[in-house]
Design a protein around this ligand. Structure first.
Ligand code: HEC
Length: 148
C-alpha cells in the first residue's frame, strides 16, 4: 500500500469532511505529503526473524537496528508522528511509549494494522510495506529517544 492510494480512498474523503479539527489536520497532513511513498527498508545487516511475527522486540539496544530504525522512521512515520518523533500534536508522541513487553506487542500491532475507526483511516497499515525487521528496528530507535 502506498500513500497515494491512502490519500485517494473514499475513507480519506470522508475523513476530510469529518467535523473535528484533529481529524481534518491528520487528513490535511497526509494530503500535503501524499506523494511521499513509503520506502523499502534494507534490513539485510540484521538477524532475520522469519515468517512468524514476534511479540517482543528482538533488537533492543542493537546499534545497527537503531541506525536502520532511525532512517526507516523518518521515511515512513515522521510525516505524521513528527521528525525525530517529536510530535506536532496530530498523531501520538511515540517517545512516550513504555519499554515493556506489553508495549512491544501493542506497537507491532499498530505498525502492522494501522488504525481504522468507523471506516476512517487514522493510520495506514504497514504490513506488506515494511518487514517485521524494519518495524522492530523502528521500535529499537524509538526507545533511544524515549521521554517520560
Ligand atoms: C498517516 C499518518 C500516520 C503515519 C504515516 C503513521 N502513523 Fe502511527 N498513528 C497515526 C495516528 C493518527 C495515530 C492515532 C490513532 C488513534 O486515534 O488511535 C497513530 C498511532 C500510532 C501508534 C499508537 C500510539 C499510542 O500512543 O497509542 C503507534 C505505535 C504508531 N502509530 C506507530 C507508527 C509507526 C511505527 C509508523 C511508521 C511505520 C506510523 N505510526 C506511521 C498516524 C500515522
Amino acid at each position: 500500500m502506498n500513500t497515494q492510494n491512502y490519500t485517494e480512498t473514499p475513507a480519506h474523503k470522508r475523513l476530510l469532511g469529518a467535523a473535528t479539527i484533529s481529524l481534518a489536520l491528520v487528513a490535511g497532513l497526509a494530503h500535503a505529503h501524499g506523494d511521499v511513498t513509503p520506502q523499502a527498508v534494507d534490513t539485510s545487516t540484521l538477524k532475520q526473524l522469519g515468517e512468524e511475527w514476534l511479540g517482543v522486540n528482538p533488537y533492543r539496544d542493537n546499534k545497527e537496528a537503531i541506525r536502520i530504525g532511525d532512517s526507516a522512521y523518518n521515511q515512513n512515520c515522521a510525516r505524521c508522528h513528527g521528525l525525530g518523533a517529536v510530535s506536532g500534536g496530530i498523531a501520538p508522541d511515540l517517545r512516550k511509549l513504555d519499554i515493556e513487553p506489553d508495549t512491544d506487542e501493542y506497537f507491532i500491532g499498530r505498525a502492522r494494522h494501522g488504525v481504522t475507526r468507523n471506516g476512517a483511516v487514522y493510520m495506514p497499515p504497514f504490513e506488506g510495506t515494511l518487514s517485521q525487521e524494519a518495524m522492530w528496528a523502528i521500535r529499537a530507535w524509538l526507545e533511544t529517544v524515549r521521554e517520560q
